[in-house]
Design a protein around this ligand. Sequence first.
Ligand code: ADP
Ligand code: MG
Length: 245
Amino acid sequence: MTEAAVRVDGLAKSYGTVHALVDVSVQVPRGACVALVGESGSGKTTLLRCINRLIEPDAGRITVFGTDVRERDPVTLRRAIGYVPQEGGLLPHWRIRRNVALVPWLDGMTDARARADRALSLVGLEQALGERWPHELSGGQRQRAAVARAIAGGQSLVLLDEPFGALDAIARSDLQRMVMALRAATQVTLVLVTHDLQEALRLATIMVVMRAGRVEQSAPPAEVLGAPATPYVAALLARAGVNAA
Ligand code: ADP
Ligand code: MG
């Protein structure tokens, strides 16, 4: 029961001469919110997509709740792990409720609709919005629906790749509050990619700072702020206008 939600050991992935990941090791405790931060191209998306086997690494090992992901069928693994890409990934020709009910429905759950409704309320969306088409929602509402879809099947791990990156500051702040409420209401473990250090500081229990495919520092936000492990981390914080309290 004490095993981590996700354990990444010695992960490596190259695209030709580009080393997207170089000996990456990360631990995600159960119930944590781990924020992967770093500049564009530092390997955040690659790492996230190795966890649900959308990308196969060249070397290293990943376990999810104690099981090596290579022992899992990729399709069922991806269904068991919620995934929210930047653009949300809702199917445009399906109403919101059907989108949210996708995984419970695929899993043959007879209460798929009730699960979708519960997920909608967990992300703060009115039930009536379930009848709308994705294009009839605001950007913030669409991302809430995308998060609802990622949890509706009872997923205990959700991967989010810059889910709020395209939203304005007010919507982004609302969605961050939604994430905090969701964590308070459920046991869900989150791995969140963000290029927004303020967002990471606000939401994360552990920040993983990446640089050119390597982990520069992995620690609680207060520790990253108070004791940046490298000059690079200190410079990244300074550039983002983030200072130690
Ligand atoms: P981030 O999400 O931090 O912006 P990525 O994981 O997307 O970074 O990319 C890490 C590095 O790998 C970058 O140099 C990127 O250009 C490269 N890369 C990612 N995916 C591919 C791909 N399919 N083919 C070639 N290079 C890729
Ligand atoms: Mg990315």
